[in-house]
Design a binder for this molecule. Structure first.
Ligand SMILES: Cc1cc2nc3c(=O)[nH]c(=O)nc-3n(C[C@H](O)[C@H](O)[C@H](O)COP(=O)(O)OP(=O)(O)OC[C@H]3O[C@@H](n4cnc5c(N)ncnc54)[C@H](O)[C@@H]3O)c2cc1C
Length: 583
């Protein structure tokens, strides 16, 4: 990170974000991309911190979300991909364990059927570089929040944040519309807002280390796991630059052996890693980073206070790294919050849109925590309440747990959905499509006009804080009349689309047909850009009858907002009236 210009000259911001970790940076990147003025306040100069590993695995749904923000490609260029993994016991390959690898071939429609591994430091650097290059945004480093106040009589910039410049000890003030705490598990913002952090800490301690190693383990560049009697379920994860993330349980007897956690040096971590991997050989060429940390699960009692203060990432929830959920969940938070803040800041959305952040995200995070309690206990070699009375080895129970497809899909982010609400509106007309409001929009290839190049639907629906209105036009031989009527309804002066600011929308038309021109295929004017679904796969995947067509509204973050028939313009008006201000 480099130093930004002095804050005194820039004392008004739309959103002030405390914490320049991955979640705070991603939030700022999006707000800048969506036309807002954010500020990130970060207490450290991370270029001076020699090394830190932390989050190393991004799951498929997280990569999809980052792809829609044009961030997946630079991360993929820097990281390491795994598509499968093996599980070992006493040097032999066995079934079961963490089941990472065997999950990757069952991922349905996503094109990201892999995990992406890179150290958190690189993730932060890449987001920072993109924010600077694309939006000239830089975080304010070596600054720390001291306090904030809210003036309820000030409608424009009611939040005043007191920031300390750690180099000069001088106080500076930033006024803003919203304040976000993305300042990690010990969040000062959460404490200042008096939001409780509910949960508990277990006695389990785990080691994580990033190192350049040599080993005789087969397929050592797969995402493997090893069952060990002495060191729990061992994580073996290839990461960027040829490094490997090794993780194991540091049991009570080991802590005793080394005279407490304080006695665990890098040499001890290396020595115990070698024991843990036995009978495989392990030679350390260099160690980039290691840590020993306690396992616990906590969640903030709310992710929003006074309608102005929000929590995201570790500031709102912490759990083990057993299924690598921390940063993945934080990315989901940041993506869920950014477009809502942006539309609100730009005066387009009603307050109810922002309220949905707490309702949608806290429910999902609670499930992450419930799952984490089970798997972190099993990884540590103990039996959680769900498995009391069972006598099989804990690795078999872990396998049983992850064999549940719903569990896998949730853990990989693909199964995360939001309940019906104003944003995810259930309509009485369920015959238009089988996809449900609140579900993730599946990905599928379409083809471009002319060249016939394959293009992914999710890539087309790039996240620009706009609702995507996608007209699944069906087969125009059957739907031409309805499409023409829809066109007339949209151009009429009392059309719903003229009631709301056009910058909140982007339109696309997908005919279940091929041809040489958009208008030619449809027989009337297309709605936005046309992409062809000649093999009808997209219609089939979304469950749209090609003889009837449908309009599917995607929220800016890619989840389904509402599904209506081609005659459903009035339902769309009701939907957007619930969320957006009219002109
Ligand atoms: C060993 C380990 C392994 C992990 N592995 C994974 C994994 O593989 N996958 C995964 O998804 N997650 C993993 N996690 C979790 C992941 O690291 C966190 O969930 C993630 O870092 C959260 O990001 P964040 O931006 O919310 O918080 P942080 O990364 O903690 O960032 C918070 C930032 O706020 C700054 N800050 C704090 N207080 C203040 C203040 N008062 N003023 C200004 N700045 C402040 C801090 O300096 C920091 O830069 C792992 C965690 C650990 C410990």
């Amino acid at each position: 990170m480099t130093t930004s210009t002095s804050p005194e000259s820039q004392d008004i911001r739309d959103v002030v974000i405390i914490g320049g970790g991955p979640v705070g940076l991603l939030l700022a990147y999006q707000l800048a991309r969506f036309g807002c003025k954010p500020s990130v306040i970060e207490q450290d100069d991370k270029t001076r911190i020699p090394s830190y590993g932390r989050a190393s695995t991004l799951w498929p749904r997280t990569i999809e979300l980052l792809d829609q923000l044009d961030l997946a490609e630079p991360l993929l260029q820097a990281g390491m991909i795994t598509r499968s993994g093996l599980h070992f016991h006493e040097g032999r390959r066995v079934k079961g364990g963490l089941m990472y690898g065997s999950r990757m071939d069952k991922l349905g429609d996503t094109f990201f059927k892999f995990a992406l591994h890179l150290r958190q430091r690189l993730t932060e650097e890449i987001i920072t570089e993109a924010a600077l290059k694309d939006y000239r945004f830089q975080p304010m480093i070596l600054h720390q929040i001291e306090s904030y106040t809210i003036d309820q009589n000030d409608d424009s910039y009611p939040v005043t944040v007191q920031i300390k410049d750690l180099r000069t000890e001088k106080m500076v003030q930033l006024k803003c519309k919203y304040l976000v705490g993305a300042d990690g598990g010990k969040s000062t913002v959460r404490k200042l807002a008096r939001i409780s952090f509910d949960g508990e800490r277990t006695k389990s301690q785990w080691i994580r280390m990033d190192a350049l190693v040599k080993t005789d383990m087969p397929n050592s560049r797969y995402l493997n796991s090893i069952d060990s009697a002495s060191h729990g379920q061992i994580l073996w994860c290839p990461i960027d630059n040829g490094l490997t993330r090794i993780g194991y349980v540091f049991s009570g007897s080991l802590i005793e052996k080394y005279g407490g956690v304080e006695g665990v040096t890098q040499e001890v971590a290396m020595k115990e890693a070698k024991h843990a991997l036995h009978p495989f050989q392990l030679e350390f060429l260099s160690v980039d980073w290691f840590t020993i940390y306690g396992i616990g699960q906590r969640i903030a009692s709310t992710f929003c206070a006074d309608g102005r203060i929000f929590l995201a990432g570790d500031a709102g929830h912490t759990h083990s790294s057993g299924s690598a959920q921390g940063l993945n969940t934080g990315v989901h938070d940041a993506v869920n919050l950014a477009w809502k803040l942006a539309l609100r800041v730009r005066g387009l959305a009603k307050e109810t849109v922002l309220h949905s952040y707490d309702a949608e995200r806290r429910r999902v995070v609670q499930t992450v925590i419930d799952i984490d309690k089970v798997i972190s206990t099993l990884i540590s070699g103990h039996y959680p309440p769900q498995f009391q009375g069972r006598s099989e080895p804990t690795r078999e129970l872990l396998t049983e747990w992850f064999n549940d497809l719903n569990m896998q899909h949730f853990t990989l982010g693909l199964g995360i959905s939001y309940p019906h609400s104003l944003l995810n509106m259930d309509t009485t007309d369920s015959s238009s499509a089988t996809i449900e409001p609140g579900e993730r929009g599946p990905d599928v290839y379409l083809t471009s006009l002319g060249t016939g190049d394959p293009l992914r639907l999710q890539k087309i629906l790039s996240n620009r804080a706009k609702f995507s209105l996608v007209v699944f036009a069906g087969n125009p031989e059957y739907t031409r009349l309805a499409l023409c009527d829809l066109g007339n309804a949209m151009t009429a002066s009392d059309s719903f689309i003229n009631m709301f600011p056009e910058q909140a929308f982007q339109w696309f038309t997908i005919p279940a047909a091929s041809g040489n021109g958009g208008q030619e295929i449809l027989g009337c004017r297309p709605f936005g850009k046309v992409y062809m679904d000649g093999d009808m796969k997209a219609h089939e995947m979304y469950g749209v009858d090609v003889q009837r067509g449908a309009i599917i509204v995607f929220r800016p973050d890619g989840w389904i907002g509402i599904v209506v028939p081609l005659t459903g313009a009035e339902q769309l008006r009701v939907y957007f009236d619930g969320m957006l201000y009219r002109h």
